[in-house]
Design a protein around this ligand. Sequence first.
Ligand code: SF4
Length: 355
Amino acid sequence: MFGYSQEALGAESDRLHQALRHAGWTPSECGLIAPLTLRIRDLARQQRAVILGHSYQTPDILFGVADYRGDSLGLSRIARDCDADTIVFCGVRFMGETAKVLSPTKRVLLPNPDAGCSLSEAITGEDVRRLRRMHPDATFVCYVNTSAEVKAACDVCCTSANALAIVEAAPTDHVVFLPDTFMARNLAAMTTKRITGFDGRCIVHETFSAEALAAWRERVPGLRILVHTESPPEVVAAADLAGGTGDMVDYVRRSPDTSFMLVTECGLADRMRVEYPDKSFVGTCALCPHMKRIDLRRVLQVLEAPRPEQIVQIPPEVQAGAAAAIERMFEWTARGQDASRPHSNAGEVHRSSNP
Ligand code: SF4
């Protein structure tokens, strides 16, 4: 396929298997995708494109073709700082929008523009304007999992890693936190400020229960349970660490412990199995149907001939407002910095060894 020699295909298949075997891939499965990964990497080189893979993507994308893997903020910063002409963002729509806001002169491509997010879709710019009329005294903080339009309507944006620092740095005692209801409740327990939430939920993280975590703790001695802050408060309370995906990656990297449960989307555990084959990752995770709408064939198609809807466009008036909300996040995090998370402004990102 694509004119590659048997020798080239064999070498690529071996390269893939070295990484993907830790995620359960067989040699024959790696052989099947070898022509695709070779072609995608060749096209990316020819087009001066950088491929970004969110941690919830499948291992064949993260370890087969991505130049960088990480969380949405870390990857968006790479999109901004790299000298590529084109960014292929393997992630959901709001992530491509954030990358475009931070790097407006680059072409940002989404392999599947229909891949959404239940949090991002829970709220619109019009909802924010209505809430602003109801709460004129409040600072409006939106989670990074929002559209560019919602970011532009808010004062400041945040991530799961820097949310508390942003709330503490807000100039008012009343903060409207959008749209994740669980994050708002988790934050309210950590600050003296008045937090008004919204009713957005992540369809992945709302499914976890404290009872399931307790059962796993009994079953696996020494287990460390790491929970995403998009989860319900009782699940967060049962964790050894609550944070974003970057915090979880950092915890696993630094910890001398060997058994972990990552209470988040399954892709992160697959990624960690490949990166830390000597550690074990057990128990509860859940698939995000939106994240899993991206695959190698779509990555290839978007590089070969992107359709108009796959090229991220942000209206100029939205671009300016959303960029201001993100820039304020960088400024305010430095002001309200939580000393236990000195890198919370950077996002998490890992350079890949894909050729
Ligand atoms: S895991 Fe949740 S927050 Fe992340 S993209 Fe899927 S629905 Fe959205």
